[in-house]
Design a protein around this ligand. Structure first.
Ligand SMILES: Cc1ncc(C[n+]2csc(CCOP(=O)(O)OP(=O)(O)O)c2C)c(N)n1
Length: 203
């Protein structure tokens, strides 16, 4: 499996390329959650049979799922950073908040009901985890005991808005509920701005 240092080096390389202006599309870089993500992949032994769903910030997920570094880098340079899709590696991402939770639940339903190998792992942010569709999808996979796990990576903000202040609660909605059995939750501080590099890049 790819190492923490390799993940950090990859994001740094993409940051440097983005700064030159050759990537004419948004790029979301992440730093500070490498250990937590590696732990999820290791502890759950995420393998070729499993599906990984992510959103606009999925470089690390693609690397950990086994997408070759060069293939991922090329996709990002082509402007696909926020919606990386590598069906061959079962990595499926979208740049739309709340767009994939229902899909993830549906894939988990199919895997179970068709007796196929494989599980679903969906990684999202703390604000995404407060959406109605997240709640519905977690409720569904919990109630039908489908092979899906939702990993909530909490950096405290939605772009620059304080997620806990928005919802008036010190904890995510699912803390202390039965739905926690389908959720992995960790906090981190992102070493990069939400999007880009925090400065204007001219093409
Ligand atoms: C439907 C929709 N509305 C708004 C956006 C703009 N947007 C992109 S990321 C994001 C913040 C989401 O917050 P969170 O789920 O906590 O993600 P993270 O901070 O980890 O990136 C928003 C509002 C979007 N991509 N899709």
């Amino acid at each position: 499996m790819i190492t923490k240092d390799e993940i950090i080096a990859f994001e740094k390389e993409i940051a440097d390329i983005f700064a030159t202006g050759v990537i004419r599309a948004p790029v979301h870089l992440r730093a500070g959650r490498e250990d937590a993500l590696i732990a999820v992949f290791k502890e759950h032994q995420i393998n070729d049979d499993d599906y990984v769903f992510g959103f606009w910030d999925s470089h690390e997920l693609a690397l950990l799922k086994g997408v070759p570094r060069a293939e991922l880098k090329q996709a990002i340079i082509e402007g696909k950073s926020i919606s990386l899709c590598f069906p061959k590696y079962k990595v499926l991402c979208s740049g739309i908040v709340g767009s994939l939770m229902g899909t993830a639940a549906g894939v988990a339903w199919s895997l179970k009901n068709q007796g196929k190998k494989g599980r679903v792992f969906l990684f999202c942010g703390d604000m995404s985890a407060e959406t109605g569709i997240f709640h519905e999808a977690v409720k569904y996979v919990h109630n039908f005991d489908l092979p899906a796990t939702f990993i909530v990576c909490d950096n405290g903000v939605s772009v620059m808005t304080d997620t806990r202040a928005v919802w008036g609660s010190a904890e995510p909605w699912f803390v202390g509920t039965k739905y926690e059995s389908k959720i992995i939750y960790f906090k981190y501080t992102n070493g990069y701005p939400h999007s880009g590099l925090g400065k204007l890049i001219k093409f």
